[in-house]
Design a protein around this ligand. Sequence first.
Ligand code: FAD
Length: 251
Amino acid sequence: MNDLDVTMVFPEPWCMPRLFTAEIAAFYESYYTNKGVKILKGTVAVGFDADANGDVTAVKLKDGSVLDADIVVVGVGGRPLTNLFKGQVAEEKGGIKTDAFFETSVPGVYAVGDVATFPMKIYNDERRVEHVDHSRKSAEQAVKAIKGKEAGSAVEEYDYLPYFYSRSFDLSWQFYGDNVGDAILFGDADPGSAKPKFGSYWVKDGKCVGAFLEGGSPEENAAIAKLARAQPPAASPDELKAAGLQFASKI
Ligand SMILES: Cc1cc2nc3c(=O)[nH]c(=O)nc-3n(C[C@H](O)[C@H](O)[C@H](O)COP(=O)(O)OP(=O)(O)OC[C@H]3O[C@@H](n4cnc5c(N)ncnc54)[C@H](O)[C@@H]3O)c2cc1C
């Protein structure tokens, strides 16, 4: 690919397991493999070799193997940096605990974005979200709350719908809602297709609570967002599979 010999290494059994099911991951892994990318699963990088100039020459893996390399891209996740506030504000789930207005346990002190663990109203749960969309919206909510307090006017509670997206090569996917319960894949998930287009619904307690779509138009992505917000009663797995996007479009 681009005259580069690329190897992707990750410890899990398939890529992005926090969101992708094995079936969804199989599509993207095949797509990458078809582009010449090698994938190594079940191990992690534990060190690097460098030449006399300090330039990297190889990546050492935990399984003992060594990959020659002259460029390394490290994507190993991140954790909120809350040390500065330890013992001063309440924490929850690795973040700074806030209310629905992003005010912390210390009145007048607000936390927004990645670092905030806030009430996720739609799921009656407390969560952190690492996404630029939520960073902007949570900051907006905090400002509204501060101004509302000053003006003595009421502000509605934050009511965020989880949303993630990504693009790679000529692919583009969006996900809305919660990826819990049973996942039902629909559409054409053949990585060899000229225009693959597929999705997945997540069904929990008889309700459709999450939806993923690869290759959706803006209208179709809006339809899966609407579905995730509405959490309609789900049809049977076979019916959902057969209806595909039509199920979301009718909401
Ligand atoms: C590699 C990568 C790719 C991503 N891709 C996407 C994407 O495609 N789409 C998407 O929606 N989101 C993406 N994200 C997530 C997105 O970047 C974050 O959700 C967003 O930036 C969070 O905004 P924030 O303001 O909460 O925190 P940040 O943007 O992390 O800002 C926090 C700031 O605080 C500063 N800081 C920390 N400690 C101190 C201190 N003691 N004093 C002063 N300043 C301090 C930091 O330097 C930083 O500038 C990506 C993140 C990463 C790392």
